[in-house]
Design a protein. Structure first.
Length: 43
């Protein structure tokens, strides 16, 4: 699942070499994730 989210450019990860799926997301980050995944699906 993380690979699919990364491929959709929902999140760039923690750095160029680290994704960090076990790191907690802030509300601001989660809102950005939802917006980035919603926009392609809604259009």
């Amino acid at each position: 699942m993380c690979d699919r989210i990364y491929a959709l450019d929902v999140t760039p990860g923690n750095s160029a070499s680290e994704y960090g799926p076990d790191v907690n997301a802030t509300r601001k980050q989660m809102a950005a994730f939802l917006e980035r995944i919603y926009n392609p699906l809604a259009s």
